[in-house]
Design a protein around this ligand. Structure first.
Ligand code: G3H
Ligand code: 13P
Ligand code: ZN
Length: 311
């Protein structure tokens, strides 16, 4: 099956009360870990590429790695641009064979967010590509840009109908308490999502796919491995998986997970070197990292997203 858009994936996810995982890829091991996990779980999957990933790996390499994944499996796979900052990066991804792009103009003024998003939608739709945009502002770090939690803003349900109608987008990312990175809450804080806002948005936008960014849960068993073997990740706290499970049963059709995969990858590498200090063949420690990342993706598909056996 060739690369697909998220259109059909989201329709089924909405009706079926589950979400599709969108996992960030930066190299071959990550593509393999995610796609093997999704294939074994018979789950649809979205592979997403950030500006940082484009800079690290070169988008042409990443596209070919994803093509290899498509050639060796038969599950639905979409290739998505994560946090496209401007029209040019969206256009270049569309021209380069991506099937979905995000234009992230959420930090811009209202009219500017609408006109830029609309411009991307016109180009994307003319090329058979779908578009995600964002309303509201998440805290955390992405591409070296840090949004302090005091500057984060929940999405206003009053704005979503006008925004989706005027832009023509295919899915909407909202801010309801998730944030990017591995440090989402401080110790003692109640790590809850504003599911009441999600519910209200779901009423205003019937049958419309909602996206959650910053949805890593920061599994404490993996953080413990990192810390046990010389790492320093004190107070790394994420979104409880039970909260995400509830969101996936509501209007949320796409859940973005990156940090959890990074933590799993790093835990495996640190453990490997502690156990085998003489190793210097990258296949040995990258192989362990790929295996731990794959287990993490399977866990998400089965226990958080609910997308197993939906391919
Ligand atoms: O939302 C951001 C993703 O986690 C990608 O992170 O920009 O460091 O590649 P990155
Ligand atoms: P996390 O940092 O919570 O994994 O979020 C990733 C993300 O939103 C990518 O766009
Ligand atoms: Zn994000």
């Amino acid at each position: 099956m060739p690369l697909v858009t998220t259109k059909e994936m989201f329709r089924k996810a909405y009706e079926g009360g589950y979400a599709v995982g969108a996992f960030n890829v930066n190299d071959m091991e990550m593509v393999q870990a995610i796609v093997e996990a999704a294939n074994e779980c018979r789950s649809p999957v979205i592979l997403q590429v950030s500006a940082g990933a484009r800079k690290y790996a070169n988008p042409v390499y990443l596209k070919h790695l994803v093509d290899a994944a498509v050639e060796t499996t038969d599950i639905p796979i979409a290739l998505h641009l994560d946090h496209g900052a401007d029209f040019e990066i969206c256009k270049s991804s569309i021209d380069g064979g991506f099937t979905s792009v995000m234009i992230d103009a959420s930090s811009k003024p209202w009219e500017e967010n609408i006109s830029l998003t609309r411009k991307v939608v016109e180009y994307a739709h003319a090329h058979g590509v779908v578009v995600e945009a964002e309303l509201g502002k998440l805290a955390g770090i992405e591409d070296d840009v840090k949004v302090e939690s005091k500057d984060a803003m929940f999405t206003s349900p009053d704005e979503v109908e006008e925004f989706t109608a005027r832009t023509g987008i295919d899915s909407l990312a909202i801010a309801i308490g998730t944030s990017h990175g591995a440090y989402k809450f401080k110790p003692g804080q109640d790590p809850k999502l504003r599911l009441d806002i999600l519910e209200e948005i779901g009423k205003r936008l019937p049958d419309f796919p909602i996206v959650l960014h910053g949805a890593s849960s920061v599994p404490q068993d993996k953080v413990a491995i990192v810390n046990q073997y010389g790492g320093e990740m004190p107070n790394a706290i994420g979104i409880p998986e039970s909260e995400l499970r509830k969101a996936a049963k509501m209007a949320v059709c796409k859940i973005n997970i990156d940090s959890d995969l990074r933590v799993a990858f790093t835990a495996a590498v640190r453990k490997h070197f502690a156990e085998y200090p003489s190793h210097f063949d990258p296949r040995q420690y990258l192989g362990d990292a790929r295996a731990m990342m794959k287990e993490m993706v399977k866990h998400k598909i089965i226990n958080v997203l609910g997308s197993a056996d939906k391919a």
